[in-house]
Design a protein around this ligand. Sequence first.
Ligand SMILES: N=c1c2ncn([C@@H]3O[C@H](COP(=O)(O)OP(=O)(O)OP(=O)(O)O)[C@@H](O)[C@H]3O)c2ncn1[C@@H]1O[C@H](COP(=O)(O)O)[C@@H](O)[C@H]1O
Length: 106
Amino acid sequence: MSDFSLSDLERIVEIRARASTDESWTAKLVAAGQTKAAKKLGEEAVETVIAAVSQGRPELVSESADLLYHLMVVLNIAGIPLKDVLDELQRRTTQSGLQEKANRPS
Ligand SMILES: N=c1c2ncn([C@@H]3O[C@H](COP(=O)(O)OP(=O)(O)OP(=O)(O)O)[C@@H](O)[C@H]3O)c2ncn1[C@@H]1O[C@H](COP(=O)(O)O)[C@@H](O)[C@H]1O
């Protein structure tokens, strides 16, 4: 393991979004809509924070996986390809986060 990438997960989510809601959590979330999917993403974010501050490494790994999966579902529903997010991250590599913050309009 692991040459599995977020692109692989994006593809799985794309395919499973079209599956039957009886047999796929992805399809169920997509059918429920962005409000439900985003709420679920928020829950997973909170669970990840709890794992980071008060649980162990396996819990943080597991919650992080839940978080990334649910983010991919939310992006899928919004019609935003992972590439757009990676492009934005790449654009940010030209300056440090501290520099970017200092240059924000007040
Ligand atoms: N990575 C994931 C993944 N991570 C988490 N989950 C599901 O997310 C759901 C919510 O997780 P929780 O632990 O929060 O469950 P819960 O609190 O009981 O949820 P509630 O019903 O109470 O809201 C569970 O059903 C998990 O199984 C995932 N479901 C799917 N995937 C990936 O998507 C693929 C396709 O899955 P299906 O769409 O279900 O076929 C899978 O093979 C995986 O690769």
